[in-house]
Design a protein around this ligand. Structure first.
Ligand SMILES: [Zn+2]
Ligand SMILES: [Zn+2]
Length: 327
């Protein structure tokens, strides 16, 4: 099959031909039709996430059809459309797995990181970690739901019932979760790179009542903020704009160092927390909710062999929506 392969850190992906994967007993073989591109893929390529398998096929927002079944597979049949997220396997036995926090399992394995992912014509995935995809979406529309949507959804839940919600970094995740937040009756304040008027008008088009640069204070105190951009100085910036008792949620898997800040911007029972990975329950809840809103994604399609271009465009902040590789 054709695949885009990461051979070593800080190198472009190589377009190459590799052996078709074969499903293990609990796995399904999937003909990939769409795989969204995530900022986490850049963190893996750049060596900021330090435990990838190498060589590696990136990609953890995969949509495709089942073409073969492992011997234990009963949840899916050949021809079913499935989605594969970042969480690829957990131990099922540790204290985290047993208490609904499988996202924190120390032995968890992740798609497109420790397991080959979806920047390829085929992939295999553990059936227990795959999702059915709602009929309302095409393959390319559904792919960004699987990480941008799921992690965004978990982050939104961690923001509690905040009415005035700040979103720092208005890319794939924010463009999805802003729609859910609006549907829930919240007010969105969108913070983009200073001077990025295109991203600001994109945010306003999705219902943000205010959009401006992240160097500006919020025009109203925020009840919570979600930081999607991997930029540590946004943590004190968001705290300064957040009301007493409010939470600042760091949604990314990697962030540049957070500068020190005075205690008085945390005082008043403000909370800073991260969101790590996802649980299968997050996925099931969000994929039920998305068609009700309805969440509309904006997939920006690239052919599989243009993966490096898609990654460059994401890195440069040129995307209003979610890059999706199609095969
Ligand atoms: Zn992701
Ligand atoms: Zn576990």
């Amino acid at each position: 099959m054709r695949a885009m392969v990461l051979d070593a850190w800080v190198r472009p992906l190589q377009s190459t031909t590799v052996a078709d994967p074969a499903p293990g007993p609990d796995q399904v073989l999937i003909r990939v039709s769409a795989c969204a591109v995530c900022r986490t893929d850049l963190h893996v390529m750049d060596g900021e996430l330090t435990e990838p398998k190498l060589p590696l096929i990136l990609g953890h927002e995969i949509v495709g059809r089942v073409t073969a079944l492992g011997t234990n597979v009963a949840r899916f049949a050949i021809g079913d459309r499935v989605g594969v997220p970042w969480l690829g396997w957990t131990c099922g036995e540790c204290q985290f797995c047993r208490t609904g926090r499988e996202n924190l399992c120390a032995d968890a394995r992740f798609t497109g990181y420790q397991i080959d992912g979806g920047y390829a014509e085929y992939t295999v995935a553990d059936q227990r970690f795959c999702f059915a995809i709602p009929d309302a979406y095409t393959d390319a529309e559904a792919a960004p739901l699987l990480c941008a949507g799921l992690i965004g959804y978990r982050s939104l839940r961690m923001a509690g019932d905040a009415r005035r919600l700040g979103l720092y970094g208005f890319g794939a995740a924010a463009h999805i979760i802003a729609q859910v937040a609006r549907w829930e009756g919240r007010q969105i304040y969108a913070f983009t790179s200073p001077g990025d008027s295109e991203a600001q008008s994109f945010a306003r088009g999705l219902g943000a009542i205010w959009a401006g640069g992240s160097d500006q204070p919020s025009p109203e105190p925020l009840d919570a903020a979600i930081i999607f951009a991997p930029v540590g100085p946004l943590v004190p910036a968001a705290l300064r704009s957040t009301e007493r008792g409010g939470t600042v949620v760091c949604a990314g898997i990697h962030m540049s160092p957070i500068p020190s800040f005075p205690y008085d911007i945390l005082w008043g029972e403000r909370v800073v927390r991260s969101v790590a990975n996802l649980t299968r329950r997050d996925g099931e809840e969000f994929l039920r909710l998305a068609p009700q809103v309805p969440v509309r994604t904006r997939p920006l399609s690239y052919p599989l062999d243009q993966a490096n271009q898609a990654l460059d465009d994401l890195r440069a902040g040129r995307l209003q929506g979610a890059a999706v590789l199609t095969t």
